[in-house]
Write a protein that binds this ligand. Sequence first.
Ligand SMILES: Nc1nc2c(ncn2[C@@H]2O[C@H](COP(=O)(O)OP(=O)(O)OP(=O)(O)O)[C@@H](O)[C@H]2O)c(=O)[nH]1
Length: 205
Amino acid sequence: MFSLFYGLWEYLVSKTEFHVLILGIDKAGKTTLLEKLKAQYSSVEGLPPDRIVPTVGLNIGRIETSNSKLVFWDLGGQPGLRSIWEKYYEEAHAVIFVVDASCPSRFEDSKSALEKVLRHEDLHGAPLLVLANKQDLGDAVSAEELARYLDLKKLDERAYTFEGVSGYDGTGIKEIVNWLVDVMERSKRTEMLRVRAGVANSSGA
Ligand SMILES: Nc1nc2c(ncn2[C@@H]2O[C@H](COP(=O)(O)OP(=O)(O)OP(=O)(O)O)[C@@H](O)[C@H]2O)c(=O)[nH]1
């Protein structure tokens, strides 16, 4: 009886853990954003921008909100490293795609990288958040302008939105977290991943 109540209590107070992939071409500002997220939502101090180096492997960041735990996987965006991204698709609940909104000469590269991500079947239905980063710079385009450029009108099978952010001054960070938690809680993909995890656990995996 006690274990039944304990199990119920544990279920009620435990926080759901979500996995969020942070993708985007090199120098988009992924790691800088992750460090800002950590600084605002965890007890770990984020690295200052001048100590961040280009990512070669994977950076992991964990934050907690009142009812969820978010684990962020930040992957290197250099052309030779983008083939690694797909190894993480199956386990991701949602994707953040970061674009340097102050650098129009690289929008085409971002567009084709994002199209390739969205075509991959392992990400079917995963919610997508596209970030127009570096809004602290005067010449950065807005999230709406970037959305028009990326031409992502045909995403009816997944939840998606755009947000203007800055990894330097923290613009948009709260909106990122609120949107992700809200949409992942309601996502069919989350249900699918939960069921799969349940199957793995019950088979002893
Ligand atoms: N002004 C400004 N610069 C930024 C911002 N975010 C990142 N940067 C700068 O952009 C450059 C690239 O930032 P990173 O965070 O290393 O970019 P990344 O996308 O992780 O790059 P890779 O690891 O190569 O994939 C660095 O010089 C950062 O200081 C921002 O919000 N505003």
